[in-house]
Design a protein around this ligand. Structure first.
Ligand code: PLZ
Length: 447
């Protein structure tokens, strides 16, 4: 079989030519230690020189299968030609004007696409920002402005970013919050549905615990917004029980609360639908997007009901770089690729390929307590056999095993015991199979 070669010459195969990390990466890592803040960590210290499709090539010439997509960003494949060409063309035309000073069409094009693709066919508006955290902050600003209320409700295990407000919205202390307080006020955390750990509760029942807590401890009339990830990402790819999300959304609607779906990790075909809320049949009042939106260019957005988005005074929203023209060009290229290649079906194909193999592994290895996720957002939760006790050390050891064998994997979870898979939708199927074979060998060796 001849190897598949990606557009930019990257051979789509796993190929190890040195140990991991190799000598050139190790030398660069030493420079990193001297030059870069120690607060900026690295999961796998191989320095990347080129990447295409689902493969990362390091400076030593190792080819790694990328099962992380830069944390759910290169959904359309790394260096996707539609993204790369649009970015290059835009960079030659102009790189920046600041949309708030003199506008340009690409920004409007992206907003039109977002208004069209996000759940619901009501009148919508969008605003563009640079990072996921910035989008979440702005969604909360808009909700507070429009409702004239201040409280914000978030869920156990939620993750929404690292800025001051979004640290407050994020559940997990280490590494995100430790030592960085005090945090923004008026943020309240309520229970979420975590079927593996809650037991087999009806999603509606769990939602009632959450909404009762809101009523009794906060007062629904004080709440501006409820911010919810439809599948929790950093928290451990937690898929809530059916009925949970829709019940929370109904409660929000009944109480004049803005329901904000944080689809920064789950959006843009990642879960086999354009947005994970499509699967829930829920139309959020506002949705935050980033990551997969622009094939690796930094771009984020808030899309929401026109009456909410237009409530804010002119000049109340913005930022120097938000909706940068080069990033917008990248987004239009990425969205075109998703539309032309039926990317949602590609994500469902990945689920169909991976879930049976992960379930078969779970039969053999009692350390796999749960297999879950949707589309190309999948995970296994590792436990001590016969219990639900988190097995974070096995997750770390398996991660290391995969890395040393040329597969970039990522962990997640409040307890650090979730092994997550976020391959690009452009990854050749054979490489995904191979990554699973390596993982299985890791289980054989380490358990
Ligand atoms: N909301 C649902 O997943 C980013 C974080 C990586 P930014 N998740 C990856 C890390 O350790 O910093 C994320 C998310 C959800 C918001 C964010 C924040 O997006 O672009 O990282 O700010």
């Amino acid at each position: 079989m001849t190897a598949v070669v990606d557009n930019n010459g990257v051979v789509q195969e796993r190929r190890l030519v040195t140990e991991i990390p190799g000598p050139r990466s190790s030398a660069m890592l030493a420079r990193k230690t001297d030059a870069v803040s120690a607060g900026v960590g690295v999961s796998l210290p191989v320095f990347i020189e080129r990447a295409g499709g689902g493969v990362l090539v390091d400076v030593d010439g190792n080819h790694l299968i990328d099962m992380g997509s830069g944390i759910a960003v290169t959904t359309v494949g790394n260096a996707n030609p539609l993204v790369a060409d649009a970015v290059a063309e835009q960079a030659h035309a102009f790189t920046h004007t600041c949309f708030m000073v003199t506008p340009y069409e690409g920004y409007v094009d992206v907003c039109e696409k977002l208004n069209q693709l996000t759940p619901g066919d009501h009148a919508k508006r969008s605003a563009l920002f640079n990072s996921g955290a910035e989008a979440v902050e702005n969604a909360v600003k808009i909700a507070r402005y429009a409702t004239k209320r201040s409280a914000v409700i978030v869920l156990e295990h939620g993750y929404h970013g690292r800025t001051n407000l979004t640290m407050a919205l994020t559940a997990k202390n280490m590494p995100y919050k430790e030592g960085f307080g005090p945090f923004a006020p008026e943020v309240y955390r309520v229970p979420t549905s975590y079927p593996f750990r809650d037991g087999p509760h009806d999603g509606k029942e769990v939602a009632l615990w959450a909404t009762t807590k809101i009523e009794k401890e906060v007062g629904a009339h004080n709440v501006a917004a409820i911010v919810v990830e439809p599948i929790q990402g950093e928290g451990g790819f937690i898929v809530p029980a059916p009925g949970f999300i829709s019940s929370i959304a109904e409660f929000a609607s009944a109480n004049g609360i803005v329901f904000i779906a944080d689809e920064i990790q789950s959006g843009f075909c990642r879960t086999g639908d354009w947005f994970a809320m499509d699967h829930e049949g829920v139309v959020p009042d506002m949705i935050t997007t980033a990551k997969g939106i622009a094939g690796g260019m930094p771009l984020a957005a808030v899309t929401g009901r026109a009456d909410l988005m237009d409530a804010v005074h002119a000049g109340g929203l913005g930022g120097t770089y938000g909706g940068n023209p080069v990033a917008c060009a990248g987004a239009l290229g990425a969205i075109r690729w998703m539309e032309e290649n039926n990317a949602c079906a590609l994500a469902r194909d990945i689920e169909a390929l991976m879930v049976p193999r992960l379930q078969a592994m779970a039969e053999n290895f009692p350390q796999i307590g749960d297999v879950r996720g949707r589309g190309a957002m999948l995970a296994i939760e590792l436990v001590e056999p016969g219990t639900r006790n988190a097995n974070a050390s096995l997750a770390a050891d398996l991660n290391k095993y995969c890395h040393q064998h040329g597969v970039l994997t990522l962990t997640a979870g409040t307890y650090g015991n979730v092994f997550r898979f976020l391959p690009s939708l452009a990854t050749p199927k054979a490489l995904i199979e191979e990554a699973l074979t390596i993982l299985e060998a890791g289980f054989e060796k380490l358990t």
